[in-house]
Design a protein around this ligand. Structure first.
Ligand SMILES: NC(=O)c1ccc[n+]([C@@H]2O[C@H](COP(=O)([O-])OP(=O)(O)OC[C@H]3O[C@@H](n4cnc5c(N)ncnc54)[C@H](OP(=O)(O)O)[C@@H]3O)[C@@H](O)[C@H]2O)c1
Length: 289
């Protein structure tokens, strides 16, 4: 069966940069996906003008039926997926006026719950040797919890999140606790710091470590590798174009992780935008950009 890569949320921004780079470097079909068909097809057309040939499929990770439709299509046409990039995410602007609790619920929905559900639906069709890249952030570094108001609780939380025995249901419970306490205005007292986006990405990074452990146990599909990355501070709509890096530069760590060679040791790792591996638990995090 022909090889295929799928990039979520790739009609613009870093995901679009990833599709552009993968079209140049990958010897399989690269799917640009978008929740909005019009925006997705326009993005494909603009890459075609550059002489590249991405394919298109609609995908809204917030819509279970849409994720299942993509899964069925990939299974039927390609026998599964070779490369999956979980890039789609949202972030409220600093100036957003929605209450913090509402921002927590909305941010966690896309960046943690919907991303996790997309993985649950798509992982069963990952082919042996598949590569998965979860696009996290410097905001997903565990050490960000050191900024929480209640340090005793924050350190307890860090210990749980860093544990090699952490289960998905324990992680879900922590994410629910963040959401509930954010809505009650007590998240600081529970050891969370004041960023819904950061909590969502800490959740995604913790999930990535569990996912690699689980995938490594599957003897029927050897060498499936999953890593989580920080793309750098990139010039996109999400950053109101304040990031200094171009989308092509922001795509580099994702492409590196997507094209890791057979039997690589880089598994469940936190990869920085310069493709260096960062210690997610102890840091220190390198410079932001
Ligand atoms: N930019 C940075 O400096 C930076 C830094 C660290 C991490 N990141 C991460 O990098 C990734 C890409 O960010 P970006 O800066 O490129 O953001 P962006 O320009 O805002 O693009 C986000 C993409 O995700 C899509 N999306 C959002 N919700 C979706 C859903 N439910 N289903 C499918 N697609 C959805 C958006 O689609 P629409 O066009 O339809 O809204 C858009 O294509 C994100 O995971 C972000 O958290 C970015």
């Amino acid at each position: 069966m022909a090889k295929v890569a799928v990039v979520t949320g790739s009609n613009k921004g870093i995901g679009f940069g990833v599709v552009r780079a993968m079209c140049k470097k990958y010897d399989g079909t690269v799917y640009l996906t978008s929740r909005d068909t019009g925006r997705g097809e326009a993005a494909v057309e603009s890459l075609k003008k550059e002489g590249l040939t991405p394919a298109f499929h609609q995908l809204d990770i917030g819509d279970e039926a849409s994720v299942k439709a993509l899964r069925d299509y990939m299974k039927e046409k390609y026998g599964g997926i070779d490369i999956l990039v979980n890039n789609a995410a949202i972030a409220f602007k600093q100036a957003a006026t929605e209450p913090f609790g509402e921002q927590a619920t909305v941010t966690l929905k896309t960046n943690y719950w919907d991303t996790k559900r997309a993985c649950e639906i798509l992982f069963p069709i990952l082919k042996p040797g598949a590569r998965v890249v979860n696009v996290s952030s410097s905001a997903g570094f565990l050490g960000n919890l050191d900024r929480a108001e209640n340090q005793e609780k924050a350190q307890e939380k860090k210990k749980k999140l860093a544990s090699d025995d952490l289960t998905v249901s324990e992680l879900d419970a922590l994410m629910k606790e963040f959401e509930e306490t954010a809505n009650a205005g007590t998240h600081g007292a529970h050891g969370w710091h004041n960023s819904t986006y950061s909590a969502s990405k800490i959740g995604l990074s913790a999930l990535s470590r569990i996912q690699q452990r689980e995938l490594s146990k599957d003897d029927s599909r050897p060498d499936i590798v999953l890593n989580h990355i920080h793309p750098g501070y990139v010039d996109t709509d999400m950053t109101s174009h304040k990031g200094p890096l171009t989308i092509d530069r922001g795509a580099e760590s994702t492409v590196f992780a997507a094209l890791l060679p057979p039997n690589t040791d880089v598994r469940g790792a936190y990869i920085w935008h310069d493709c260096q591996i960062v210690d997610w638990i102890n840091g220190p995090t390198p410079a932001m950009t």
